[in-house]
Design a binder for this molecule. Structure first.
Ligand code: MF3
Ligand code: CO
Ligand code: CO
Length: 317
């Protein structure tokens, strides 16, 4: 039989099976009195952003420490990812490991978020709330860890494979990581915010992946989310020049299908409309004269993604 080229996307691919459904959300976890809380921890309201986009040297030192803790907590959480674990158990692990290191889990009561970490499975794009749902063999899960210590936040995430994951999903996870790194590579004193999104979108497009537009990277430092906005697609209006000392996240969410999304009634959990999978990675970084420095790196120099993200493989010819 003669081989015929089939047009990409000619056949609708199936959505993730079975769809992720909400489980039961347990009580918020408590933080010991000795841990210094961020300003919103009691009220749930961070208020308007007032912080400078540029960090002082002392703030930067604090962010290296917060970033290292965030990275180490994320790596720790990743070691527990396996079929059968409930996302609320991951919340417990992240919560306890964060306070053990003297830090506050930034998501807890941020704008009323009830848990200490975000866990986003399969077609959940981001902001999944840990609950009783157990991970299934073949799932992918993004764990997004942010910690607050010494007056600053460190924010990072990684998508982990649960057991035996299909090749298409593994490719999604790999290329999402690569796209984040392509975006980060553009960052130096004098580059533009839109250089980041342009590089990410170019990589996504080359792999026929969608780019989520509704959630973007953000300034981070003394505030969890400050005014700087980092789209992960090319936005010609994002002409802000990056200068030495600015700290922000790059956190692209890429999709196998259409990146349109909707929210569950909890007003947090964001999912793809078409039910196909989404992956995300995130780093916090600082702009330097010659480039940038990743802040969400463990004290031994490793990152969760380097340890856990699937590596690109030779394309099958
Ligand atoms: N860590 C997420 C981010 O990357 C924000 C989570 S907000 C929360 O920006 F309230 F859901 F925790
Ligand atoms: Co972030
Ligand atoms: Co995050």
């Amino acid at each position: 039989m003669a081989k015929r080229k089939r047009k990409r996307n000619a056949v609708a691919a199936p959505p993730s099976e079975p769809p992720v459904r909400p489980g039961i959300i347990g009580l918020s976890r408590t933080v010991p009195a000795g841990i210094v809380k961020p300003p919103y921890a009691d009220s749930g309201e961070p208020g308007p952003s007032v912080s400078s986009l540029v960090r002082t040297p002392a703030e930067l030192d604090a962010m290296r420490k917060a970033g290292a803790i965030a990275a180490e907590v994320l790596i720790h959480a990743g070691s527990f990812v396996e079929p059968g674990i409930a996302t609320d158990k991951i919340d417990e692990i992240v919560h306890n490991e964060t306070i053990r290191r003297g830090a506050y889990p930034s998501p807890l009561n941020y704008r009323g978020f009830r848990k200490s970490v975000c866990t986003s499975v399969n077609e959940v794009i981001c902001h999944g709330i840990p609950d009783t749902r157990q991970l299934l063999d073949g799932d992918i899960i993004n764990i997004d860890v942010t910690v607050y210590i010494d007056g600053v936040h460190g924010d990072n995430s990684c998508t982990f494979l649960v057991g035996d994951v299909d090749a298409l999903s593994r490719g999604l996870v790999t290329e999402t990581y690569v796209s984040m790194m392509e975006g980060i590579k553009t960052v130096r004193n004098g580059s533009k915010v839109h250089d980041i999104g342009r590089a990410i979108e170019r990589h996504a497009r080359a792999h026929n992946l969608g780019v989520v537009r509704e959630f973007i990277g953000h300034g981070v430092g003394t505030e969890f989310h400050s005014d700087l906005q980092i789209p992960h697609y090319y936005d010609p209006r994002a002409r802000t020049e990056l200068t030495t000392g600015m700290t922000f996240t790059v956190e692209p969410m890429l999709t196998l299908g259409d990146p349109s999304l909707y929210l569950w009634d909890d007003d947090w959990t964001a999912l793809t409309m078409d039910g196909r999978r989404s992956a995300q990675f995130e780093h916090t970084l600082v702009v330097t004269d010659s480039g940038h420095e990743l802040l969400t790196v463990a004290s031994d120099g490793t990152t969760a993604a380097e340890l856990y993200a699937p590596k690109p493989v030779e394309a099958v010819k």
